[in-house]
Design a protein around this ligand. Structure first.
Ligand code: MEV
Length: 323
């Protein structure tokens, strides 16, 4: 086994794949325009089971009626003439919550579709998962899909050493690097407000087209660059300071939300830092707890109406499991 789990091996149907979700610490939105991002794979998983069927179905629903655009895009692009499939997806990652549910579904489904066709290398899978997610959403970066394929902490367009992969998009490419795990526990909390990544990304894109856009983007870049080195050094105080600054920037580009602000305030006494994570405009926050006060933090967030979960970074990227 290589450090990132090795390729997805060849295996006949039925095949089951399990993918982690993700949590972004620095750089969401700006990464779409090529700025750095830091994210880690979380120990909440989606499991996708693929077996022969009589017509393409997802969780018993015929493919034509399924609202899940990722499913249809994946079948169209990666299983164009293949036999009918019965697909089941079970997830502990809340949907449209900023925690990587769509990336995990896409990576799990593509890993499972690749196995009966001879398997796939991780670099290729990271590219295919990005193409599928972006194909379904119309916009976005490979940050989410690369993180769930790689596992662990991942820096996009930043961080130390050589890239493990370069993921290509229609008008730019993104380098993916590993970052050492500082061994911290994190807490995420869902606001209960689902949101559309595509809409949030388009709205931020419009903000960044304004005259102040380039200066804002440069500040996003600076914060994420310094944030990546602070995580590498294990410097919590600096990470906390930069997370707070990143939240101000996200608020400035219009993707904070009163429920996000309420959860950040509720977290404060038991948190070193808190910010929105993912596309925002609802979705979730990520909190760096004061060590030893995680239980209190979870209680505070729940009392404020959030759905909190303690998450640990997982080294496992997407992989095949027993069906
Ligand atoms: C969504 O999890 C992260 C965004 O930066 C979009 C993307 O990178 O594709 C908002």
């Amino acid at each position: 086994m290589t450090e990132n789990g090795g390729p997805i091996p060849a295996r006949p149907l039925p095949v089951s794949a399990r993918s982690p979700g993700k949590c972004i610490v620095f750089g969401e939105h700006a990464v779409v325009r090529g700025a750095p991002e830091l994210a880690f794979a979380i120990d909440l998983y989606t499991q996708v089971l693929v077996r022969p069927g009589t017509s393409h179905r997802l969780n018993s629903e015929p493919a034509e009626e399924v609202a899940n655009e990722y499913f249809r895009t994946a079948l169209r692009d990666w299983w164009p003439d293949g036999p009918a499939l019965e697909v089941r997806s079970v997830s502990r990652i809340p949907r449209a919550a900023g925690l990587g549910s769509s990336a995990a579904f896409v990576a799990g489904l593509l890993a499972a579709l690749s196995a009966p066709r001879g398997g796939i290398g991780r670099a290729e899978l990271a590219q295919a998962a990005f193409d599928t997610e972006r194909g379904a959403q119309g916009v976005g970066s490979p940050g989410d899909t690369a993180t769930v394929v790689a596992g662990g902490y991942v820096a996009i367009n930043g961080g130390p050493g050589d890239p493990i992969w370069t993921v290509r998009g229609p008008d730019r490419s993104w380098d993916v690097r590993r970052v050492a795990d500082p061994g911290w526990v994190w807490v995420v909390a869902y606001t209960g407000i689902p949101r559309s990544t595509g809409e949030a990304v388009r709205a931020v894109g419009a903000r960044l087209e304004r005259p102040e856009g380039p200066a804002l983007l440069a500040e996003f870049d600076r914060v994420a660059t310094q944030g990546i080195s602070a995580v590498q050094r294990g410097d919590r105080a600096e990470v906390a300071r930069l997370m707070a600054r990143n939240q101000e920037l996200l608020s400035e580009v219009g993707v904070s939300h009163p429920r996000i602000e309420a959860l950040i305030n509720a977290a404060q006494p038991a948190a070193e830092a808190a910010k929105l994570t993912g596309a925002g405009a609802g979705g979730s926050i990520v909190v760096l707890p004061v060590p030893g006060r995680e239980a209190e933090l979870v209680r505070r967030l729940a009392r404020a109406g959030g759905v909190p979960t303690v998450v640990r970074p997982t080294r496992d990227g997407v992989r095949l499991v027993e069906p």
